[in-house]
Design a protein around this ligand. Structure first.
Ligand SMILES: Nc1ncnc2c1ncn2[C@@H]1O[C@H](COP(=O)(O)OP(=O)(O)OP(=O)(O)O)[C@@H](O)[C@H]1O
Ligand SMILES: [Mg+2]
Length: 248
């Protein structure tokens, strides 16, 4: 990989803003209309959850994003992953990516783990042979040997997360995007994910991780962003941001 000049950055987030439209409520009669107009409720059908967010991520950097519920963390990750288009601004990404955002989103819950591994692999653009070669490794990592032919709808959320994590990390992507999933598995699996991420870091994988576990952010991340109401409140060295966030 080129590591000079403009190629220093693997992800560039440029003035990203996101606006959601709340479903417009039906106003049944004139009286209600007047009440709503008076209480200004009619004006609240558009709200901004991210305001002009800009930052850059260098190759091999591990960026943590912290913030209270509803701060806009997941929305930002989805925009970075390309799952969602921002209302304003843009994101430049250079490299292959494994988004661990809505685990199970790419799964068909009526199919077994075995079938989902092939399905997901195909979605990610892998050949059948490639998936067959990696199959054992995925099952080993997820420790779901006894359950590979059971439909996913009978899996616990932790089991689904294990499978999702195992599939997404098998390819050694340039960029790994993780939203909260480590919180789903039991502590042993969390440790395993933690170790896997650490080993990927040795291979220079760039990681963006959202977590409510400040300990996790502190031990894994080099840098951190604190989001508050759609704004960057603080950005910088992970240890420092975590310290400030703990004090809040
Ligand atoms: N698809 C959507 N349509 C409308 N509003 C949305 C949508 N997705 C998110 N929001 C709103 O955007 C805001 C930010 O949500 P987001 O999920 O990004 O927060 P978060 O920081 O990930 O929170 P948490 O810590 O609870 O996971 C919230 O007010 C939420 O209700
Ligand atoms: Mg979230």
């Amino acid at each position: 990989m080129m590591m000079n000049g403009k190629d220093d950055y693997i992800i560039e987030v440029n003035h990203v803003s996101m606006c959601f439209n709340a479903a417009k409520e039906k106003v049944d009669n004139f009286k209600e209309y007047i009440i709503r107009l008076a209480t200004r409720k009619l004006y609240f059908d558009e709200f901004w959850v991210l305001n002009e967010i800009s930052f850059k991520v260098k190759y091999g950097e591990v960026l943590g994003i912290v913030g209270y519920n509803g701060a806009g963390k997941s929305t930002l990750l989805k925009i970075i992953a390309g799952v969602m288009k921002p209302s304003k601004g843009s994101v430049i990404r250079k490299g292959s990516m494994a988004p661990l955002i809505e685990l199970g989103a790419g799964f068909d819950m009526d199919l077994s783990a075995r079938e989902n591994i092939y399905l997901n692999g195909a979605i990610l653009g892998h050949s059948r042979k490639y998936i067959s070669d990696k199959f054992e490794q995925i099952i080993d990592f997820s420790e779901l040997h006894s359950f590979i032919d059971m439909p996913l709808k009978n899996y616990s959320s932790g089991m689904t997360a294990r499978l999702g994590f195992a599939i997404a990390t098998i390819t050694e992507p340039d960029i790994l995007i993780i939203d909260e999933i480590l919180a789903v598995g039991d502590f042993k699996f969390q440790q395993k994910c933690h170790d896997k991420i650490s080993s990927m870091l040795d291979n220079n994988t760039t990681v963006i991780i959202v977590s409510h576990s400040i300990d996790q952010i502190e031990s894994l991340c080099t840098h951190a962003i604190w989001l508050e109401n759609g704004d960057i409140k603080l950005m910088g060295d992970a240890k420092n941001i975590c310290k400030q966030y703990r004090l809040s």
